[in-house]
Design a protein around this ligand. Sequence first.
Ligand SMILES: Cc1ncc(COP(=O)(O)O)c(C=O)c1O
Length: 432
Amino acid sequence: MPHLSRRARERVVEIDSELPIMKLLPERFHDSVLNPEGVIAMGIAENALMTPVFTEYIEKNMRLHADHFKYHLTARRGHAHSTEDALPEYINDTFHPRIPVTRQNSVVGPGVGSLIGEFCWQVCDDGEAFMITAPFYGGFQPDCQYPSRTKLVVVDVPPEIDPLSKDAIPYLEQTIEKSKVNGPTIRGVILCNPHNPLGRVYPEESIVAYASLAEKYDLHLLVDEIYGNQVYPSSLVPNPPPFVSALAMDLPMLAKCDPARIHVVAGPSKDFGASGLRIGILISQHNPEIIKLLDSATMLNAIPGPTDAIFAAAINDKEWRDWFLEESRRRISEAYEVIVTWCNLHQIPIFPSYAGQFAVMDLAKILERFGEDKAMAEKKEALTFAMLKAGVLIVPTGQDQSPTRYRIVFVRPKEIIELALYRLEAAFGLSK
Ligand SMILES: Cc1ncc(COP(=O)(O)O)c(C=O)c1O
């Protein structure tokens, strides 16, 4: 085989362990028309509830301009209202930052994951690390790892402690102290608010505690707020606490923290169920060096012109956009209720979520059916096998202190959710 770099050879091995769902061959996935017997994968956070509405709007309202066909750097000099202006405005309207987000203190790039990857490259040398509490969104691992080879140090918080509470901070501190002795050098901490997979928001006092921690140990604080517009009520949590962006808080004053350490990533792709279009924004209001570096990194690794045209149309039409966000939350809430009802029917414990696009259920009892005396890993493998045989797939929450928790992405049309739940009943050996 022709030569591969040492880092590429290491990467090839890592890829296999990162996102197991990716290993499923594309032709095995469900399609109502082309492959009705295929596997319904309920593991990837793609919101299909509003797709027909979004598609119809875009077909009528999107205008491609000649500049959209050029390099992004030419395009952004050209037409007046690209997403570079519209996206900061969107964040200002929906997250209410204390200091307005502008073109100058933010960078638009092809997805939040890609921006996290670039950001890690700016702040970590080879083999240095970011820290996160478990459970966490599995994509953070590859986002940190590639291209900068940043490690993600996972902090286990005992199951009796809420990982979103500030009681988790001492565990982060212990991890930092340990890494001072054994490595790796920790450069930052990731906070995902609203949390994926737990579907809840961090209390403001926790965000302040994270910012204080960042100051105390000279760390960056990277807050992922991609689900900030998706807090919804349900029968389990009829009055959810509001999402408060780190940008809306006076963290420099409350946490006595250098604001240059605080960075927020967000974007409209989850809001509009359009993650394939690739768009995200990183906001760093007091760190011009990071902005300069990211501006340069996204010069050629930019959002595509049609993506720019689509989102500029959608998020600039404020009346329609606000209606859309509200209607989307209503549909998410309705879809969540289908899962709650199903879990109640089968006495499967469900974690009371109220944000994002996923529900977390505890399959401890179901897993017992797959060999009481077997090791947990074996039971989980047998369960996965049974699900694939039944034509459905959900995945564990990932490095969770409660290893029997599974995450189901439920933002699918009703008939798909119902079919998926029907297949899960078969896989779990449940009677209707
Ligand atoms: C918390 C979180 N951050 C980032 C991403 C990736 O976002 P993007 O598709 O914009 O790269 C996801 C996708 O599921 C996510 O759940």
